[in-house]
Design a protein around this ligand. Structure first.
Ligand code: SAH
Ligand code: SF4
Ligand code: F3S
Length: 516
């Protein structure tokens, strides 16, 4: 499938570009001396469309025969930016490459193919990728056989593809979030055609169930849905990830059961908006609460989810989470702002009061709930008073931690046409004040744990000291304690005796509950 619209004016100006050939499948063009095959390109208008077409589910994916051993003796390096969704997509990309015979390397100078799986959420995320492309150009000059690909959310942006075509002609392929499974084909075309290959689908494709995934460690991500239909006015995700599509419950359940069988200790269900799960099923009345209930029956020690949206957080879900068991009591519930007026301009579709009520309801049914959030400061028109409302909401909800961001206008979103009128120094001051408050609350939440014995899933050695292990509680608190490497991947009981701002320290009190 291609969705070539043949409107190239957004991608290059014809002063330095020459169309070499055009047909149904692709257009060949020369820009600054570099030949480029454009199979399809991002188009925001198309990306924004929310059609009624139903999404087909495929289970017949396979690597083309002639590419099965293509990677033998070759190494790959995948660099990932952005959210867990992207991390998980990188696991698919690595799985595909390994099925083609490639092996992974952390050392970029050893790699035969380097892929940047990019994030478009804020301008600084994009700046990092363009900086990295500068480094890769040097590497490519030294090793002309090196293949370089750009994929992920930035590839879905019209302006980014344009910039790469114009300024980074050494890139070998650009593909998007909807056609990761096309990787073997794109590698073939880039290698044998010796041209840059651009294939970005603006519209989401079908769901492909049987893509390989290279998972590591004891925790596994599982996609339950793709895309986002919320269109918060500041956010690029609905354009880069397409419309909401839920995976069928039986497929999600089968995958989680299989991961449990393989010994994974923790599952995180992924979606931009997980509690919109199932809204798109026409034949089935089955929502996120139902899915979580089914998860609670699977023999896997911990199940998390991210990210939930306050608007879709229904009573049924709260009640299921209240059941505890393997459903842990950490809820990441992005609020973005404490001001109803700002929330309205953001099109978040809830008010401050509604959010506070929801948080109170959750606390009542899940008494140990650890609540965390995302907050944007400096949204267009945000007054000092409105920012104060965010601070007071943070205090009232009592978050244990938060990701905080300075508003960054994203081309093509509705907020980008609002005046970005808060001076940078004010934005920075607000961010610093917010971060100070959150740090104080995080320490207080950690202090509340001192003296308590908690269950910790041991993830590995701590960064600075190999005799100190690091792990997480059910509430996602980071715990450091002394112990041997044999405990990694097991559950232990730790008595907390010291609280820092971002982690707690404790002593091991028991031998492992589960073996390795
Ligand atoms: N789907 C999730 C979050 C996705 S993006 C949700 O709706 O909660 C992660 C966070 O990035 C958002 O919660 C928001 O706080 C932040 N973010 C998104 N767009 C942004 C922008 N244009 N500028 C600054 N922060 C942004
Ligand atoms: Fe972006 Fe809003 Fe969708 Fe989250 S819910 S991904 S913030 S549009
Ligand atoms: Fe970034 Fe795309 Fe995730 S924009 S935050 S990688 S969905």
């Amino acid at each position: 499938m291609t969705n070539n619209t043949k409107d190239y004016s957004k991608y290059f100006d014809f002063s330095n570009a020459k169309i070499l050939s055009e047909d149904e499948e692709s257009t060949r063009v020369r820009i600054n001396g570099r030949e480029i095959q454009i199979k399809s390109q991002p188009d925001y208008r198309e990306g924004k469309r929310r059609g009624k077409e139903s999404i087909a589910v495929h289970t017949d994916f396979s690597i083309p025969e002639d590419m099965e051993n293509f990677g033998e003796g070759k190494r790959y390096h995948v660099q990932t930016y952005g959210c867990q969704m992207n991390e998980h997509d990188s696991e698919t990309i690595k799985g595909l490459l390994e099925q083609m015979g490639y092996t992974g390397t952390e050392d970029r100078t050893q790699a035969d193919i380097i892929l940047l799986n990019t994030c478009a959420i804020r301008e600084n995320a994009e700046d990092r990728v363009f900086g990295e492309l500068g480094h890769l150009k040097v590497l490519k000059t030294e090793r002309p056989g090196l293949m370089i690909g750009v994929c992920g959310c930035m590839s879905q942006e019209e302006g980014v593809v344009n910039r790469i075509l114009q300024k980074h002609g050494f890139v070998d392929m650009i593909f998007g979030t909807h056609n990761v499974h096309r990787l073997p084909h794109l590698i073939r075309e880039a290698v044998f055609g010796k041209e840059m290959v651009v294939e970005v689908w603006s519209k989401e494709g079908d769901i492909i169930e049987n893509l390989p995934k290279k998972r590591e460690g004891m925790r596994a991500w599982v996609n339950i849905m793709y895309g986002c239909d919320k269109f918060c006015t500041y956010c690029i995700v609905p354009y880069t990830r397409g419309k909401e599509r839920s995976r069928r419950p039986e497929d999600v359940i089968a995958e989680v059961r299989e991961l449990a069988r393989q010994g994974f200790k923790e599952i995180t269900l992924l979606g931009q908006n997980v509690n919109a799960y199932g809204k798109d099923f026409e034949d089935l009345d089955y929502r996120f609460g139902d899915l979580m209930e089914d998860m609670s029956k699977i023999d896997v020690p911990r199940v998390r989810f991210t990210t939930s949206h306050p608007r879709d957080f229904d009573d049924r879900l709260i009640q299921v989470l209240g059941g505890g068991g393997n459903l842990v009591e950490h809820i990441h519930l992005p609020v973005q702002s404490g001001s109803s007026a700002v929330l309205k301009k953001m099109s978040r579709k809830y008010t401050r009061e509604h959010y506070l009520e929801l948080a109170a309801k959750i606390r009542k049914v899940v008494p140990d709930a650890v609540l965390t959030t995302d907050i944007i400061v400096g949204f267009p028109g945000e007054s000092d008073e409105q920012f104060e409302e965010t601070l007071s909401l943070v205090r009232e909800v009592g978050y244990d931690s938060a990701y905080t961001f300075i508003y960054s206008p994203r081309e093509g979103t509705p907020a980008a046409s609002m005046a970005d009128d808060i001076p940078m120094e004010v934005k920075k001051r607000r961010l610093a004040a917010l971060n100070a408050l959150i740090k104080e609350q995080s320490r207080r939440g950690n202090e509340a744990l001192t003296g308590r014995t908690v269950e910790v899933l041991v993830e590995g050695e701590s960064k600075n000291n190999a005799s100190v292990l690091a792990g997480r509680t059910r509430g996602n608190k980071l715990v450091h304690f002394e112990g041997g490497p044999e405990l990694v991947g097991t559950f232990v009981q730790v008595k907390i005796n010291d609280a820092k701002s971002w982690y707690v320290k404790g002593d091991l009190v028991e031998t492992p509950v589960f073996a390795g």
